[in-house]
Design a protein around this ligand. Structure first.
Ligand SMILES: O=C(CO)[C@H](O)[C@H](O)COP(=O)(O)O
Length: 223
């Protein structure tokens, strides 16, 4: 199977998992990226049944609306029933690296506001240790050089993601050469640097279930 076929298979499995929430009238949180896009496209079948969605990026909001699916503001939504999103890496505890699409801050907010976080990914994303994928850090623009120096002191190699401005008007530093042995501690330490909005580690609020697309079918992994 191709990587796209694996992504589509996990998106279909996630649809089955969120159906009860849809028919219970819960608001559904929607992630960002190519795997989330497959999920959005399949969700279109339920456009008349869904009470509302909250999107983690402008791109996902646009795609949802293009299918006629209602998008509402998180501030008007209360607690969400379920959040479905992809990841750049996951370990077996379902601690994640996210933010390859620069949407990490809104993704983290929507995940935090959701009762259940279903992560959907192809098998290439499951790793023993997080960090081969460069860790995205969203930074207030004027703090870019200061935050980069602090990340260097922590042992990483931060690289400015040229030409990218987040939906919140900030920039991204991608931290290379940074294998992460203690994800919760690292998440807290980076977030404590003044000027950092948030980093792409989802360890303090990991996923609740990982639907992993493999050539032998979709595996459901819980921590
Ligand atoms: O965190 C993300 C966007 O900020 C995505 O979930 C992550 O980059 C995975 O993307 P894809 O499904 O395209 O592999």
């Amino acid at each position: 199977m191709t990587q796209d076929e694996l992504k589509k298979a996990v998106a279909a499995a996630a649809i089955e998992m969120v159906k009860p929430a849809i028919f219970d009238g819960e608001i559904i949180g929607i992630g960002t990226g190519s795997t989330a896009n497959f999920f959005i496209d399949l969700l279109a079948e339920f456009r008349d049944d869904i009470k509302g969605t909250v999107a983690s990026s402008e791109a996902s909001a646009q795609r949802l609306r293009s299918h006629g699916i209602e998008v509402i503001e998180l501030n008007d939504a209360g607690t969400l029933g379920v959040y479905v999103d992809g990841a750049d890496e996951s370990n077996s505890h379902l601690e994640l690296i996210k933010g390859g699409g620069a949407a990490l801050t809104r993704e983290k907010i929507v995940a935090a506001a959701s009762k259940k976080f279903i992560c959907i990914a192809d098998e290439s994303k499951l790793v023993d240790q997080l960090g081969a994928f460069p860790l995205p850090v969203e930074v207030i623009p004027m703090a870019r050089s200061y935050v980069a120096r602090e990340l260097l002191k922590m042992g990483g190699n931060p690289v400015y993601r040229e030409g990218v401005v987040t939906d919140n008007g900030n920039i991204i530093l991608d931290v290379y050469d940074f294998m992460i042995a203690t994800p919760q501690k690292t998440e807290e330490e980076i977030n404590a640097i003044v000027g950092v909005v948030t980093n792409g580690l989802f360890a303090l609020r990991p996923a609740d279930v990982l639907l992993l697309g493999t050539s032998n079918g979709v595996r459901e992994i819980t921590p």
